[in-house]
Design a protein around this ligand. Structure first.
Ligand code: ZN
Length: 255
């Protein structure tokens, strides 16, 4: 069985022994490939260092996280844009809209999103999109920038059935993470009715650990629990979930 974690910040561990330990646990659980979403200019070296340490398993994405979009965002984007040409990059991310932490930067976040989705379309790269408390704002932007060329994943999808369908209609896949294992989150009922061909798996580690590790630090090897939960919801084997979602991820990210 082969699984792809399409969104993991395991590169935060770069330079520590824990990175190697976590990768070994990934291999034990069948998590063979990890896509690493960059967040700001500081994280580029950690992403690229991790990719160099595990070139057959870790793949870099480059982007500016919406929570890191401040007044100086154009300087940040300049640095990140240079990294796009200096390295082999597999996606633009993570990018998006976050109105949970700071609503005052919305116009800047929208502008940064337009610029970064522009890169994705020009370079033929998929996007990894973060959306928190901002579905309406995100869908409006996607309607604006989607010209048939934008592909990728709405990462850590936690919306309802209607929002899932709208995302699919906009040409994107849904990244399903640990929230699907949470009681009372309601995501399990939504995912139970979604066709596997629109889904990819992710941990978003070290955040949002799945049951039975809730309350602790997440890691990419826990992707297994997310795959098993989706298998239970669809009443199929975990191998079938792995095969379908891994094929999707490999196709979307060209790995
Ligand atoms: Zn993330």
């Amino acid at each position: 069985m082969e699984l792809v974690d399409t969104h993991t910040h395991l590169y935060y561990l770069y330079g520590t022994a824990e990175l190697d330990a976590q990768m070994q646990r990934c291999f034990k659980n069948g998590v063979r490939y990890c896509l690493l979403p960059n967040v700001d200019r500081e994280s580029i070296s950690k992403v690229m260092g991790t990719v160099s340490a595990f070139p057959d398993n870790c793949y870099a994405m480059m982007g500016l996280h919406p929570c890191d979009v401040k007044e100086d965002y154009r300087d940040e984007l300049d640095v990140i844009e240079k990294a796009l040409t200096a390295h082999k990059i597999y996606g633009i991310g993570e990018i998006g809209i976050d109105l949970h932490w700071d609503q005052s930067t919305l116009p800047l976040q929208q502008q940064a999103f337009r610029i970064q989705t522009g890169w994705a379309k020009e370079l033929g790269l998929p996007v990894s999109i973060h959306c928190r408390n901002a579905f309406d704002e995100l869908f409006e932007l996607l309607e604006e920038v989607q010209d048939g060329r934008l592909t990728g994943v709405l990462h850590c999808f936690t919306g309802d059935a209607k929002q899932a369908q709208r995302t699919i209609d906009l040409g994107l896949h849904l990244g399903i993470g640990g929230v699907v294992t949470y009681k009372n989150a309601g995501l399990d009922a939504v995912v139970a009715n979604l066709d596997l061909r629109y889904l990819v798996l992710e941990t978003d580690s070290p955040y949002l650990p799945p049951v039975p590790h809730r309350g602790k630090k997440n890691e990419s090897s826990y992707l297994l629990y997310i795959a098993q939960k989706i298998a239970d919801l669809h009443r199929i084997s975990i191998e079938e979930v792995a095969a379908a979602t891994t094929e999707n991820a490999k196709r979307i990210f060209s790995i």
